[in-house]
Structure formats: C-alpha cells, structure tokens
Design a protein around this ligand. Structure first.
Ligand code: HEC
Ligand code: HEC
Length: 284
C-alpha cells in the first residue's frame, strides 16, 4: 500500500467517524406566546388546561417528572409523530401545529419553570438493558398490567395508564427513559416510583431491568435524528439544526486536524522520497 491510498483511507475513515458523532441536541428556541395559542386550540380538549391531563383520556404533560426526563427533541417527536393506535394523532400532518412546533415545545418547556424542584435528568440514550425479558413479562403482569393493560395496550384496554407496550411508544424512547420513569414515577399521577423506600411496590434494580427488556421486545428503539427533515415546516430553527454538522465544534476541530495530518503525511512522503533518492545515488 502506498502513501496515497493510506491518506485516502485515513481521511475517509475520519470523515465517516466524525459524521457518526451524535448530533449536539441544543434546546429548542421558540415563541412561548405563539406556542400557548397553538396549545389552546389543538391540545387542551384532551390534555386539559396547562397540560394537567385527565386519567383515561390523556396523560399529564406538564408533569414535573415527564418534563425532567423528556428533552425538547423528544417532546417535539412525541407531538409530530403521535402514537399510532391511540387518539394522539401525528401532528406533523396538521400544518398549524407543524409550522409552529418549536413555539409549542418552548411553551411546554416554560412549565418546568413553575417547579422549584425541577431538575433535568440526562437520559443515556445508548444504554441497553441486559435484563431477562421472560421474567420481565411476569413482573409486568403483576405490577403494571392493572393500569397499563395485559399487553401494555393502555387506554384502549380500559387502563388508567398509557399504552407503554405500543410499538409507537417504545420505538421513540430509550431503555434509560423507561428505567428512569420507573425510578421517578410521575408525581401527582397514579404512576408511582418503583424503587425501594419511595415506591408503592418495591422492585430491585435487576427486576426493573427485566421489565425494560420485556418492553423492548415490543419494538426497537429508533433514536431521533435531530438534523433529519421529518419536519415539514421550514422555520428558522430547523433550518439551522440542518447545518449542525458544520457548526458542531468537534466537527470543525476534526476537519482542521485532518488537513494538518494530510499535509504532514504529504511532507513526510516527500522527505522519504528524497532520502530514497539520496541512498540510490549513494549506491551508484
Ligand atoms: C384527541 C386527544 C388528544 C389530543 C387532541 C392531543 N393529544 Fe397528546 N396524547 C393523547 C393521548 C391519549 C396520549 C397518550 C397515548 C398513549 O401512549 O397511550 C398523548 C400523549 C402525548 C404526549 C406524550 C406524553 C407522555 O407522557 O409520554 C405528548 C407530549 C402530547 N401528547 C402532546 C400533545 C400536544 C402538544 C397536543 C396538541 C398539539 C396533543 N398532545 C393533542 C391524546 C391527545
Ligand atoms: C396504578 C396505576 C399504574 C401502575 C400500577 C403502573 N403505572 Fe405506569 N403509568 C400510570 C399512569 C396513569 C401513567 C401516565 C401518567 C401521566 O398522566 O403522565 C403512567 C406512565 C407510565 C410510563 C410513561 C409512559 C409515557 O407515555 O410516557 C411508563 C414507561 C410506565 N408508566 C411504566 C410502568 C411500568 C413498567 C409499570 C409496572 C412496573 C407501571 N407503569 C405501573 C399508571 C400506572
């Protein structure tokens, strides 16, 4: 292999690697007042005023624990993609909502400020539970089915809890999101925390992992692509996130380093050729 192919291989490997870096998920910026107006006309029928929810109709989305674990991009995705098989329709098909989605998210995020205790929990989206799904299934029947339905169908099975066995739900949430929901519960709702002292029913860490692994059998997690064009709107925020690869500081640093190493290699090739030439000349 000569140096040219080596450089080409190196450069392409580094480009592929830098593009594979997860996009930086910056908070969504929007106009809270516009978002509130959109919420009033499209969401309160089910989620009630201020998003407090109503058991059996729609979950409480102003919930302190929900807002702590769901980041802006996940909230946006929940709204745009909806939950197939439930009354939560994909709002990407409703132009009024789709074009003002960032404002709507900004409005929902403004609720977090109402809570003195509010803390943002960073979800490790790459964590995969290594639990035992079979045991998880049995635990689910004992501890979750009464509210979420035998198979996690949720409201459609007359449950008071949401459809957590629905592929439309599990495909959008990471294992850690489910685990953190079990640890935290949802304050002020029937969803209590399941860990030890605080919980109604005490589940061990391993048992929670088993349940997460059981729910994972309902559908594969597809991490959201922040820079994808799933949004039909063309507002300024999504336009800037489309450029995230080039504004990403890591990407810029990597590119600068790449150019530096490529130049260094070319220079070394040049030197080696020179030395080779000198040796050959010597041998003559
Ligand atoms: C016709 C009733 C209905 C309307 C209208 C509606 N939703 Fe929903 N929404 C639901 C239901 C039901 C669920 C839970 C479905 C399930 O998983 O079982 C849900 C779930 C959600 C979730 C996920 C909550 C969680 O705990 O995971 C968010 C976020 C949400 N809705 C936001 C909105 C917003 C914003 C609007 C207005 C643009 C809206 N919804 C309009 C019924 C509705
Ligand atoms: C007493 C009823 C009840 C029990 C038992 C219960 N849940 Fe829940 N769960 C709820 C309710 C109600 C919600 C929605 C809360 C809200 O309004 O935000 C919920 C929400 C959730 C969510 C978030 C879903 C979403 O749409 O974001 C997950 C995940 C969840 N529960 C998992 C479980 C698991 C796993 C178990 C068993 C270990 C369990 N729950 C037991 C009532 C219950």
């Amino acid at each position: 292999m000569n140096f040219k192919t080596l450089i080409i291989l190196l450069v392409s490997a580094m480009i592929i690697w830098s593009c594979g870096e997860p996009p930086i998920q910056e908070p969504i910026v929007g106009d809270v007042a516009i978002g509130e107006a959109i919420f009033q006309s499209n969401c309160i029928a089910c989620h009630q005023s201020d998003g407090k929810g109503k058991s059996g109709l729609a979950p409480s989305i102003n919930n302190i624990d929900f807002l702590a674990i769901a980041d802006d991009h996940l909230i946006k995705r929940f709204i745009l993609e909806g939950r197939t098989g439930t009354t939560m329709i994909p709002f990407k098909n409703i132009p009024d909502v789709a074009t003002n989605i960032d404002d709507l998210v900004a409005y929902m995020r403004s609720w977090s400020k109402d809570y003195a205790l509010y803390k943002e929990i960073v979800i490790d989206k790459s964590w995969e539970s290594q639990g035992d799904a079979t045991n998880g299934s049995a635990l689910f029947t004992t501890f979750c089915a009464a509210c979420h339905g035998n198979d996690g169908q949720g409201y459609s099975a007359k449950g008071s809890g949401t459809g957590i066995g629905n592929p439309a739900f599990v495909s959008m949430v990471s294992d850690d999101y489910i685990k953190q929901t079990l640890l935290l519960g949802r304050a002020g709702t029937a969803m209590k925390p399941f860990d030890g002292a605080k919980g109604v029913a005490s589940l061990s860490n391993a048992e929670m992992d088993d349940i997460v692994s059981f729910l994972r059998t309902k559908g594969e997690y597809k991490m959201e692509q922040v820079s994808s064009s799933s949004v039909s709107s063309s507002n300024s925020v999504s336009a800037t996130t489309d450029m995230s690869m080039f504004t990403n500081p890591y990407f810029v640093i990597i590119m600068v380093m790449l150019v530096f190493f490529a130049l260094l290699l070319i220079y070394m090739m040049f030197i080696i050729k020179r030395i080779k030439g000198l040796i050959l000349e010597d041998e003559k």
